[in-house]
Design a protein around this ligand. Structure first.
Ligand SMILES: NC(=O)c1ccc[n+]([C@@H]2O[C@H](COP(=O)([O-])OP(=O)(O)OC[C@H]3O[C@@H](n4cnc5c(N)ncnc54)[C@H](OP(=O)(O)O)[C@@H]3O)[C@@H](O)[C@H]2O)c1
Length: 298
């Protein structure tokens, strides 16, 4: 594979996605920075990215994409293929946080969250995989969270969406390895991005109001996350490093976090348990990557 890759990113208007786009393009990778409504509510963000690309001669192309809409996903992937001929890396980054006691999150709020944080990746992966299969190479990257492994009170629905994303990504890693396609998971801890300002608050106040002092938990969590948040560029630098790691040498999971809380230990134990499972199911020999260098990784 050419060392300069074609990278397709969801949720590039702000935060990590935007930093990934700029960081990767500065290293010569071609970036499709996708976002919702670049001609409307994200017009300023889209124009800033285009201006930067022009000023610094960076290979960044803005495309419209809403991860909750099948047709929008297909259109953006088709446009990237028409322009670059291939997609080497798809970064499933679009996502948001729902804050509130689990009972106070309405069914509709939970459904919308899963439609973005989980089904968004299902849609993107299904759209890019036929192209990666044709190339016999590619990387599906999933921006999960430390909260894809541990449970934050008042973040239950968000954690559920990231746990679901982790399961999807890991399943893909087993199923696609023999086709030369890798699936990796990035687990950021708390980082300074607009994520807190963009979070959705659980709507059912009447339910919240039955919880007494427990009602204070969302505010405490928000304060704790804000006080421990690291520099988001660290995550972009980690993503660059992962993308530039040769095929077959990537780990399944990368924890990138100012505070680990032992999530790395869960990853290590889970890797061992999964290996036991695959061995027990008689599948270890079928899953090519288990025989390769990835064996030693977490
Ligand atoms: N910051 C952290 O501490 C942290 C920690 C762990 C994991 N994460 C994860 O990192 C990812 C990026 O978040 P961030 O921290 O960079 O926050 P952010 O600045 O709020 O970025 C979220 C991005 O997702 C986009 N998005 C939301 N719904 C979308 C949809 N339906 N279709 C397409 N794009 C959509 C937003 O676009 P709009 O501008 O259109 O709303 C925005 O570009 C998320 O998956 C988040 O869960 C963040």
């Amino acid at each position: 594979m050419n060392s300069k890759q074609v990278v397709f990113i969801t949720g590039s208007s702000t935060g990590f996605g935007r930093l990934f786009a700029e960081t990767l393009a500065r290293k010569g990778h071609t970036v499709f920075a996708t976002m919702r409504d670049p001609g409307g509510r994200n017009a300023k963000n889209a124009s800033e990215i285009r201006t930067l690309a022009e000023k610094d001669s960076l290979p960044i192309y803005v495309l419209e994409l809403d991860v909750t809409n099948d047709a929008s996903v297909e259109r953006a992937v088709d446009a990237a293929i028409a322009k670059a001929g291939r997609v080497d890396v798809a970064i499933n980054n679009a996502g948001y946080y729902v804050s509130g006691l689990a009972e106070a999150v309405t069914t509709e709020q939970g459904r919308r969250l899963m439609d973005t944080n989980f089904f968004g990746a299902v849609r993107i992966n299904r759209a890019v995989l036929p192209h990666m299969r044709r190339q016999r190479s590619g990387v599906l990257m999933h921006i999960s969270s430390g909260a894809g492994r541990i449970v934050v009170p008042s973040g239950g629905l968000y954690c559920a969406s990231k746990f679901a994303l982790e399961a999807l990504a890991e399943s893909y890693s087993y199923e696609l390895a023999s086709q030369g396609i890798e699936s990796v998971i990035v687990q950021p801890g708390a980082y300074e991005t607009p994520v807190i300002g963009n979070m959705v608050i659980a709507a059912d106040e009447a339910r919240t109001n039955t919880y007494g002092a427990v009602k204070q938990i969302p505010a405490k969590i928000k304060e704790a996350f804000s006080s421990m948040a690291g520099n988001a560029q660290d995550v972009a630098d980690a993503v660059l490093k992962i993308i530039e790691t040769p095929a077959g040498e990537k780990q399944l999971r990368y924890l990138v976090s100012p505070e680990t809380f032992g999530v790395d230990q869960i990853n290590a134990l889970s890797k061992q348990v999964q290996a036991n499972l695959l061995e027990g199911l008689g599948l270890a020999a079928d899953i090519k990557f288990l025989k390769g260098k990835a064996v030693g990784s977490v």
